[in-house]
Design a protein around this ligand. Structure first.
Ligand SMILES: Cc1cc2nc3c(=O)[nH]c(=O)nc-3n(C[C@H](O)[C@H](O)[C@H](O)COP(=O)(O)OP(=O)(O)OC[C@H]3O[C@@H](n4cnc5c(N)ncnc54)[C@H](O)[C@@H]3O)c2cc1C
Length: 474
């Protein structure tokens, strides 16, 4: 440990995966580290909530998470940290649409068996016609709707993308950036769908990782363990500490204003700041209006009297009239997520902070969700009568059609503060997964340790057009 490192103090804003990994690297290199997080626990959106029900304890993630990475070092880190508390789970997902159930990803036998003739015929005609249609080549200037329709055809777009996407984002797919397609959809176009519907050769790369790692007691277990280890190493983790403002000079963050347990604003001085809190909030606290917005989620979590609802990890709910976008059963990830002989369900419901869904009374939401579950074939009488809801305000960076320009201006503004490194999903305003957030945290710390400005690299890290499932090492 170098003398210089020992004397330097780094403030890490946010104790999610990115912030915790940044702290790990820094403390290992001999820095003094203080983490500020407004929540009462570490883990950010990867935390797990415990619910004491009448039949025992249930655990719910903020939307079920799974750990996959193509970084062998990170994988080793997680394996060693969690040891025997890490399980290997298998993903099985379906798409629910208009009363039908489709395997996800699509499979030929299943599609022929379940899709109506009109859909199969429409998709086949689209496939023949697509080469003759004009395709937007530049994703940056295209909308999600244009991009997908020009690659998948009208039929698949209308059936599998339009309603789901509009519900998830709360805006028309015509106003959503085509970047969302590249981030989320591993199928490249309709020809690709067709290819994948054919029997696969043995050595064909797997498109979707089916197996993944999952901590026994919920995804958040990984981060509470990491937090404990950090505290043992001397990191000061200050929970319930909401960062509210920044004191700045022309090119430095000189002090951070935060309120602990809603008390008076205190100041924290540090040599460097790694911030994983929303990019838009950091801009606001440094007097710049970025215009960037996030889409929120409300989670409806409910214990059930029965042992199993289905064998699916995820059920994607495509019908626009159904409130939620995904239905999950936490015990599909780990049997420890519900008491023995019982299960639970979680419905992810997209919303905007303060809108009707966000503000709806829990009992009213429960009625609405139970109606939807009945439509999906889950008997409402199976509910134990207990439930709770949870929120994430910054679930998805809203990739509207001009978000790239707004993001670019925000980055330029914040990069003028020499001692500030932005990192993580909210901090970089990128739709990234946990492993990338952890890697970004490491990069932020290493840039301080090595004294090199890697901020642009962090903002663009793993910005390739393939989703994580491809070539993952689950
Ligand atoms: C529904 C859903 C499902 C997902 N599923 C998966 C999955 O299966 N696999 C996967 O790898 N990834 C998944 N993700 C993505 C994953 O959650 C993120 O990549 C990861 O949480 C990003 O970590 P982070 O540290 O960058 O940000 P976060 O986890 O968001 O942490 C940011 C932290 O900053 C704190 N903070 C914010 N503002 C302030 C403030 N003003 N003051 C103090 N603290 C503040 C927050 O409390 C939070 O703890 C999913 C995300 C969602 C929404």
């Amino acid at each position: 440990m170098s003398q210089a490192a020992e004397q330097k103090h780094v403030a890490v804003l946010g104790g999610g995966p990115a912030g915790l990994m940044a702290a790990w690297e820094l403390v290992e290199a001999g820095y003094r580290v203080t983490i500020l997080d407004r929540d009462s626990k570490v883990g950010g959106m990867c935390a797990t909530l415990k619910f004491a029900g009448k039949h025992g304890d249930y655990r719910f993630d903020y939307g079920g998470h799974r750990f996959i990475t193509k970084n062998p070092e990170l994988l080793k880190f997680v394996d060693e940290l969690m040891a025997e508390d890490l399980l290997y789970a298998e993903r099985k997902s379906v798409i629910r649409f208009k009363g039908r159930i489709y395997q996800y990803p699509l499979a030929i036998g299943d599609l022929l068996k379940n899709a109506p003739f009109s859909l199969l015929f429409g998709a086949a005609v689209d496939l023949v016609m697509l080469p003759f249609k004009k395709r937007p080549q530049n994703r940056r200037d295209s909308s999600f709707a244009e991009w997908i329709e020009s690659r998948f055809g009208k039929t698949l777009y209308r059936n599998f993308f339009e309603g789901y996407t509009g519900k998830l984002w709360g805006i028309s797919p015509a106003k959503l950036s085509a970047d969302w397609a590249s981030q989320r959809i591993s199928l490249l176009d309709l020809k690709d769908v067709a290819r994948r519907l054919l029997p696969q050769k043995k050595d064909t790369p797997r498109t979707y990782a089916r197996k993944y790692r999952y901590p026994k007691l919920g995804f958040g277990h990984l981060y509470t363990r990491l937090g404990e280890e950090l505290e043992k190493k001397g990191v000061d983790i200050r929970l319930n500490s909401n960062v509210v403002d920044m004191q700045t000079t022309e090119n430095r963050i000189s002090s951070i204003g935060f309120s602990e347990n809603d008390g008076e604003v205190q100041q924290l001085d540090a040599d460097y700041v790694i911030s994983t809190i929303p990019l838009s909030d950091m801009c606001r606290m440094t007097d710049f209006d970025s215009g960037l917005e996030f889409r929120s989620l409300r989670f409806f979590n409910m214990p059930m009297e029965t042992e199993n609802i289905s064998d699916n990890t995820w059920q994607y709910l495509s019908d626009p009239e159904i409130l939620g976008t995904r239905l999950q059963e936490p015990r599909r990830r780990s049997p420890y997520m519900a008491p023995e002989g019982r299960t639970s369900v979680m419905v992810e419901i997209p919303c905007d902070k303060g809108d009707e869904v966000w503000s709806m009374h829990g009992d009213q939401l429960r009625e609405r969700v139970l109606d939807d579950l009945e439509t999906l074939g889950v008997d409402r009488k199976l509910s134990t009568g207990e439930y709770f809801t949870a929120f994430t305000e910054h679930a998805y960076p809203l990739m509207d059609i001009d978000y790239q320009d707004k993001r670019e201006k925000a980055i330029t503004h914040l990069c003028k503060f020499d001692n500030l490194v932005m990192s993580g999903r909210q901090g970089s305003f990128r739709y990234i997964f946990t492993d990338t957030a952890m890697e970004m945290g490491q990069m932020a710390a290493r840039s301080i340790i090595e004294g090199t400005d890697r901020r642009r690299e962090i903002f663009d890290y793993r910005n390739e057009n393939t989703v994580i499932e491809v070539q993952s090492v689950a």
